[in-house]
Design a protein around this ligand. Structure first.
Ligand SMILES: Cc1ncc(C[n+]2csc(CCOP(=O)(O)OP(=O)(O)O)c2C)c(N)n1
Length: 368
């Protein structure tokens, strides 16, 4: 095990004082440390590619090494700027990648993490990125050597961290100042009563999908068909777009603030190309709650203005339980593509399950 403050102290000693990344459950104990950094020392990035880009920019102004942190699933997002900008044969820019290694061999995990976990090392090798695995503080000397190598040769290096290795204070309360009395699960339950029998629901990564799955099981709610975007965070809205263009059914995307921000450009495509059956719901809790409650800064985003500017027909807002049914009805009656922002309190159901039998889920979703 590694104490998170020891790791950051070590990195500081090695001259690293700038971080950019997307949070991950494996790295959640870094939250307190990172969120206390000054604005110019820690940038929460929309996606992992943007985290790499920020570190590249930092190097251009400081000539210093910085750290991009990410979950291994986000390595896919990061590969483009890693190869096309930072690569030794392009601009040769040094960065340390701190990678939360979900699905590492031998660990129990979800299918999407097992798939990525099994090829993470192969990917790093293919990318020619030298790496070490951090299991305990004795491994810091390996990390130190890698950092020296990165600085000297102006290349990207990486450290991999498995589940439950980093320990620190992550019990800090999520500071949710939203004026809302609705919990995610309360909204989803009402939604499942209000949708049509054949409505298609496409839900984002993390608690939204898990609660949707669990609520159906717990209350035997049968209306609609679900597709859980268990991995590929940020892509639920475009999966919904592709699906909505070729069905006459209503298609509902159940999105999160971290997810929508991750690939916010998708809203332009939806505003332009979606038909009347496209229904976009944002469950906004200002945080990446599923992986530890790190801030998304979505409280500063005017989604009403964005929806309008990207071509959605109508925007609705909900933050009171008593209005849930009324607003959901209005939302479904109005022509899409339309957008419903639901301010939610943080807090999720107890003993959350994870969607299982994904191939069956897909087949049931595809039934006409
Ligand atoms: C590409 C990628 N990066 C990071 C993650 C880790 N991750 C899973 S859920 C999640 C947070 C999602 O936040 P949001 O959409 O706001 O939903 P909430 O967790 O608040 O319900 C993150 C960062 C991931 N699964 N995939």
């Amino acid at each position: 095990m590694i104490k998170v403050n020891k790791l950051f102290k070590f990195l500081k000693k090695k001259g690293i004082n700038f971080y950019s990344g997307v949070p991950d459950s494996v790295l959640k104990s870094t939250k307190t440390y990172l969120e206390k950094r000054k604005r110019w020392q820690h940038i929460t990035a929309a996606n992992e590619g943007s985290a790499i880009a920020t570190c590249i920019g930092y190097f251009l102004s400081t000539s210093k090494l910085s750290c991009a942190y990410l979950q291994n699933s986000g390595l896919g997002n990061a590969i483009n700027p890693i190869i096309s900008i930072a690569h030794k044969k392009v601009y040769s820019i040094p960065i340390l990648l701190m990678i939360g290694w979900r699905g590492s061999p031998g660990m129990k995990d979800e299918p999407q993490h097992l798939a990525k976990g099994a090829i993470t090392i192969k990917l790093l090798k293919l990318l020619n990125i030298k790496f070490c695995i951090l299991n305990n503080q004795n491994d810091f000397h390996k990390l130190g050597k890698l950092i020296n190598f990165s600085k000297k040769n102006k290349v990207i290096v990486a450290c991999l961290i498995r589940k439950n290795v980093l320990i620190g204070n992550n019990k800090e309360k999520i500071n949710n100042t939203f004026k809302s009395d609705i919990k995610r699960a309360e909204f989803i339950k009402i939604l499942l009563n209000e949708i049509g029998k054949k409505t298609k629901l496409i839900s984002t990564t993390g608690y939204a999908s898990r609660e949707l799955y669990q609520l159906r099981k717990k209350h035997n709610l049968k209306k609609g068909r679900d597709f859980y975007v268990v991995g590929g965070m940020g892509h639920a809205s475009m999966v919904a777009l592709g699906s909505s263009l070729y069905t006459s059914k209503q298609v509902v995307c159940l999105d999160g603030d971290g997810s929508i921000i991750m690939h916010m450009g998708s809203l332009t495509s939806i505003g332009n190309f979606a038909k009347a059956n496209y229904k976009h719901i944002l469950l906004n809790n200002f945080s990446h709650e599923s992986v530890g409650g790190q801030k998304t800064f979505s409280e500063k985003v005017d989604f009403a203005a964005i929806a309008k500017a990207t071509g959605y027909k109508k925007y609705f807002y909900l933050n009171k339980k008593e209005n849930m049914k009324k607003i959901i009805k209005k939302f479904f009656m109005s022509k899409g593509p339309n957008f419903l922002e639901v301010a939610i309190k943080t807090g999720s159901m107890k003993g959350l399950l994870r969607p299982k039998n994904l191939i069956t889920v897909k087949k049931q979703f595809m039934v006409k």
